[in-house]
Design a protein around this ligand. Structure first.
Ligand SMILES: [Zn+2]
Length: 266
């Protein structure tokens, strides 16, 4: 009594214990039972972006994820913690996550490589590190940032001043990034009111999407040779060893459409 005021859950009204409650953006709290539907991977960001009034929306999303996404989810590619279902445009961040996400709700993302150890080699240095990722979702309104895969390896070179090792993304991360970008371009809806709000009212044009599919920031960075090289690499990354399937044709079409658009814009 006195020192500690009892706090109740803004959703169910039960006591929200000090060690287990989750503080939301509006200062309200959720008890452990109410917050446990939020996966660890997005819990803190969800709480930082949402108030108690948004909890019902999260419950609705969970319902959609359970009834619609989960039954059809059939992972076709995984990289570290992230598993992707290319046929349905879905992914999950961790295998035990209670929610499955749709590429239609991805607003922004970025992937990178953090080098942790560099071993000198005769010709090239060996670089070990981890692949990290950042994904912003409009529904549920939350973001993920964390290590997708630990212990990745790539090769490094000294830069021309011989002061710093420069390195490419590891092959595994490159393949993952390419798939993620194509799926984002295939399934992301431009009519998503949140994403246009998020982008400061700007709708992404087809050219913007083509640029992000080809992983360039600006059309002036492209040459016809570079365009052809990127297309070849993208096509390769969507050609599994078991031969071309229906999904590969869909990818190929998307890649070729973007190619034509960029070719004309050059
Ligand atoms: Zn509660």
């Amino acid at each position: 009594m006195g020192l500690f005021k009892e706090i109740s859950c803004a959703h169910c009204g039960n006591k929200a214990g000090m060690l287990s409650r989750l503080k939301l953006k509006d200062g309200n709290y959720l008890c452990w039972d109410c917050q446990k539907i939020i996966p660890d991977s997005i819990r803190d960001s969800w709480a930082a972006l949402n108030g108690a009034e948004n909890y019902q929306g999260l419950l609705d999303y969970k319902k959609k994820s359970d009834s619609e996404y989960k039954p059809q989810f059939n992972g076709t590619f995984s990289y570290g913690e992230i598993e992707i279902d290319e046929n349905h445009g879905l992914f999950r961040i961790e295998y035990d996550d209670t929610l499955i996400y749709s590429f239609a709700n991805v607003v922004d993302f970025d992937f990178g490589f953090v080098a942790e150890t560099v071993k000198e080699g005769i010709f090239k240095d060996k670089v070990k590190g981890k692949s990290i990722g950042y994904i912003v979702l409009s529904n549920p309104f939350a973001s993920y940032s964390g290590t997708i895969k630990n212990r990745e390896k790539t090769k490094g070179n000294l830069n021309f001043l011989k002061t710093k090792v420069v390195y490419d993304h590891p092959d595994g991360l490159l393949a993952f990034e390419e798939k993620f970008i194509v799926l984002y371009c295939m399934f992301n809806r431009t009519d998503n009111s949140f994403s246009s709000q998020y982008a400061g009212g700007q709708q992404r044009t087809e050219l913007d999407k083509a640029l992000s599919l080809f992983m360039v920031d600006d059309i002036t960075e492209l040459t016809i040779e570079k365009l052809n090289n990127i297309r070849r690499r993208l096509m390769k990354s969507f050609h599994p060893d078991n031969g071309p399937g229906e999904i590969d044709e869909k990818y190929a079409k998307k890649i070729n459409q973007a190619y034509d658009l960029l070719f004309e814009a050059l």
